[in-house]
Design a binder for this molecule. Structure first.
Ligand code: PAF
Length: 288
């Protein structure tokens, strides 16, 4: 049977973490918004390799959703999440109420300038302020030794690494690779929004990134290659492409030429669903 414990309050979380520490265990935190899938569970497994006591948080953070975004319909399945976390060997689920994280009078925001501004930040104003605020709170609440995030949200990962460095938070950030379905689509809780027809078309996104990464690795010029990827997505039935870009993996500065390790970042809309993806690119090294 499951050894998964559940706490909803900060005092309970801290008390349980203190017991683990007193027993000599390192503590890992895997922050999530629930609706868990195999990608999240791979992060729990990665956390387990870094710590003896693994905490997952499930909190659909209202602060990171814009007024016209999907906060209301974001998938929620606490019973399913608990069962999956138990099977994955997670020790503790922290599932706070909104008023626990943002009590009446809450007035503080964490903003990471620069890295938060382009790409997702430009399309979703305020999004990264909400992410940075809740991640800071979760790190202060749980005080883990290690926190694990997915590489799929590459810009989010860069923002979190920056805030941890800037605020001297004593936590190691560990990144887990993108998990994909058999046809290459990156796993995401929002894939649940796709109709059957959209789900079939969605594989065009990873396919376009792989084709671009292969071409770039072989020396193709950046702008025409990105243009061809954009055209392939529109041809496949995507309604629009918010961005498809080649960036420095750390600074996220756009690159006009490929001279070293880089990242493709893309976001595109299929029906009413926004899909994100990312792929590493390096000169002379096509994707595996
Ligand atoms: O990536 C997510 O699921 C969320 O943005 C996070 C990091 C849990 C913060 O709410």
């Amino acid at each position: 049977m499951s050894g998964l414990e559940l706490v909803r309050d900060v005092a309970g979380l801290r008390a349980r973490v203190a017991v683990a520490r007193a027993a000599g265990q390192r503590v890992a935190l895997v922050p999530t918004m629930g609706a868990l899938h195999a990608g999240h569970l791979s992060l729990v497994e990665l956390a387990r390799r870094h710590a003896g006591f693994v905490v997952a948080s499930v909190f659909v953070n209202p602060l990171q959703f814009g007024a016209n975004e999907d906060f209301g319909r974001y998938p929620r399945d606490e019973a399913g999440d608990r069962a999956q976390l138990a099977r994955a060997g997670c020790d503790l689920l922290f599932a706070p109420e909104v008023t626990t994280v943002y009590p009446p009078g809450f007035a503080t925001r964490v903003e990471v300038a620069g890295l938060s501004e382009p790409f997702e930040g430009a399309v979703r104003p305020g999004h990264f302020g909400g992410v940075a605020t809740v991640v800071t709170k979760l790190l202060v609440m749980a005080a883990p030794d290690v926190a694990v995030f997915g590489e799929k949200d590459w810009q989010q990962l860069a923002v979190i690494r920056r805030l941890v460095a800037d605020l001297d938070l004593p936590v190691e950030i560990v990144a887990g690779p993108v998990c994909r379905d058999a046809d290459g689509l990156a796993l995401s809780s929002r894939n649940a929004y796709l109709t059957a027809d959209e789900r079939a078309r969605a594989a065009a996104l990873p396919a376009a990134l792989r084709a671009a990464a292969t071409a770039l690795a072989g020396g193709a010029p950046v702008e025409p290659t990105l243009g061809a990827a954009r055209a392939a997505l529109l041809e496949a039935g995507f309604a629009s492409v918010d961005y498809i870009t080649l960036v420095d993996p750390d600074t996220l500065a756009p690159l006009a030429t490929l001279d070293g390790p880089a990242r493709l970042l893309a976001a595109a809309r299929l029906g009413t669903t926004r899909l994100l993806d990312t792929l590493a690119v390096a000169p002379g090294t096509p994707p595996a």
